[in-house]
Design a protein around this ligand. Structure first.
Ligand code: OAD
Ligand code: ZN
Length: 272
């Protein structure tokens, strides 16, 4: 390849992807930890990733929680506090603005945000944008892996928001269910657990009908989440990927942009 071709590849890919996204009726935006990296939220598998430092089988499985709920709660409490100190970045804000602009259009067109993240930063960006514009917040993000800011009862399964600090000094101080008194657990999906079928179905359905699927900041290694992108591509969607590194999806993508989400997502979705 001639050197000039390499120089040309990125702007051309970006321009083509921008055009596809702005011309599309239906867009699915599928995100992973990389979209929040520039907010200061650690990813899982890269440098500084949580699974480099911690063993998932000790902290993020139902067996780990049954064995040592205090340890698991301590870790989730730490992650919750860490994320609470972070704020949405330019990528979250550009995604929220793009979705809001399409929602305003009052047609069949639409943007579905599907995330593997439990950090709530897409939702915060949506709420902040809605507040700025004095509009109701759509709160329509499909959260495949649950939320750090919610709990679920280990006995009666009742779910509720939960943002109070976790006191993990002992088993006795852990949060308990208001209706049945049993131990509460973080409302996240652990390894070996099934995803909420209603949320997964809605995500698959959006993928099947998407004109464009934009994938941002995921290693695309965790199933079934990763199949949202392959399903969309198989159903005919243009697949656009933004990632700091190559992933298993890169070869399948129509356009694969290598770089930071905080710069590339606004460049793709922004007005100018
Ligand atoms: P990973 O940590 O596996 O992947 C993060 C991806 O983001 C990598 O491909 C990085 O190259 C990329 N990345 C990092 N910084 C970036 C940046 N600033 N801009 C763009 N890309 C960047 O995270 P996920 O793919 O989200 O599951 O992991 C999937 C699931 O595995 C998570 O939801 C979690 C984890 O175990 C559960 O909690 C159930
Ligand atoms: Zn209960």
């Amino acid at each position: 390849m001639h050197h000039d071709d390499v120089e040309d590849a990125r702007p051309t890919g970006l321009a083509a992807a921008r055009h596809a996204l702005h011309a599309a009726d239906r867009v699915v935006i599928f995100t992973g930890a990389g979209v929040s990296a520039e907010s200061g939220v650690p990813t899982f598998r890269g440098a500084g990733g949580l699974w480099r430092e911690f063993r998932a089988e000790d902290l993020a499985t139902p067996e780990a929680f049954a064995r040592d709920p205090r340890l698991v709660w301590e870790w989730y409490g730490w992650r919750r506090e860490l994320v609470a100190r972070c704020v949405p970045n330019a990528a979250h804000r550009a995604i929220a603005a793009f979705a809001a602009a399409r929602a305003d259009a009052a047609s069949t067109s639409g943007v579905r945000i599907v995330t593997q993240n439990v950090d709530g930063l897409h939702q915060r960006a949506e709420r902040e944008l809605a507040a700025e514009r004095a509009m109701p917040s759509p709160d329509a993000v499909l959260t495949l892996h649950g939320t750090l800011f919610g709990v679920r009862c280990t006995h009666c399964d009742a779910r509720s928001p939960h943002t109070a600090p976790i006191d993990a000094t002992s088993r006795a101080t852990l949060p308990t269910c208001a209706s049945c008194g049993s131990l509460l657990r973080p409302d996240v999906v652990w390894f070996g657990e099934a995803l909420d079928p209603a949320i997964l179905d809605a995500a698959f359905d959006a993928a099947r009908h998407a004109d464009v699927c934009l994938v941002v900041g995921t290693s695309a290694l965790v199933q079934p989440a990763a199949s949202i992108a392959t399903l969309a591509a198989r159903a005919g969607a243009t697949l656009v990927e933004i990632n700091a590194e190559a992933t298993p999806l890169s070869a399948l993508a129509d356009v694969s942009l290598r770089g930071a989400a905080g710069a590339l997502v606004p460049a793709l979705l922004g007005e100018a």
